[in-house]
Design a protein around this ligand. Structure first.
Ligand SMILES: Cc1cc2nc3c(=O)[nH]c(=O)nc-3n(C[C@H](O)[C@H](O)[C@H](O)COP(=O)(O)OP(=O)(O)OC[C@H]3O[C@@H](n4cnc5c(N)ncnc54)[C@H](O)[C@@H]3O)c2cc1C
Length: 114
């Protein structure tokens, strides 16, 4: 079984790496216990699919953040798009809330089944 950075080919930026690693282990530990102690492998079988949904969600957010915050000195189009995204993130309440929720809490995805 893989967990943490070993499983996430691109460690996501935005304070996600360690948190995703811990979330993986939080699922993996009871799955291993059930398999070893009770001979029930169902949680282990479901482990990767359950984690990947959360991981890809975090990768998407990290990609969005990285593209929004890293300047492209020689690309006026990309710079214009970045500024539009930043302005939206700080002026449109729903956009601000979405950014904040993605930054600090992806647990609802995990609770929804991975
Ligand atoms: C500069 C920086 C800042 C970061 N900031 C944050 C942050 O603010 N928030 C956040 O959530 N994440 C952050 N991260 C990411 C976070 O550190 C990693 O995602 C997290 O440590 C991954 O944990 P892990 O247990 O999967 O891997 P690791 O922490 O890399 O642990 C793997 C361990 O395995 C050991 N090892 C390797 N090969 C072998 C071997 N053959 N035999 C035995 N042992 C071996 C290594 O020595 C290491 O101790 C940051 C990372 C960096 C580099």
């Amino acid at each position: 079984m893989l967990a943490g950075d070993a499983a996430h080919i691109v460690p996501p930026t935005g304070a996600k790496g360690m948190n995703l690693a811990l979330a993986d282990v939080r699922r993996l530990a009871p799955a291993l216990a059930a398999a070893v102690l009770e001979g029930d492998g169902r949680l282990l079988d479901a482990y990767s699919d359950a984690c990947l949904r959360r991981i890809w969600r975090a990768e998407e957010f990290s990609t969005y953040m990285t593209q929004m915050l890293h300047p492209h000195p020689s690309d006026d189009f990309e710079n214009g798009v970045q500024l539009a995204r930043l302005r939206q993130a700080v002026t449109v309440r729903s956009a601000t809330e979405t950014l904040a929720r993605n930054y600090v809490d992806l647990s609802s995805i995990d609770l929804a089944g991975g």
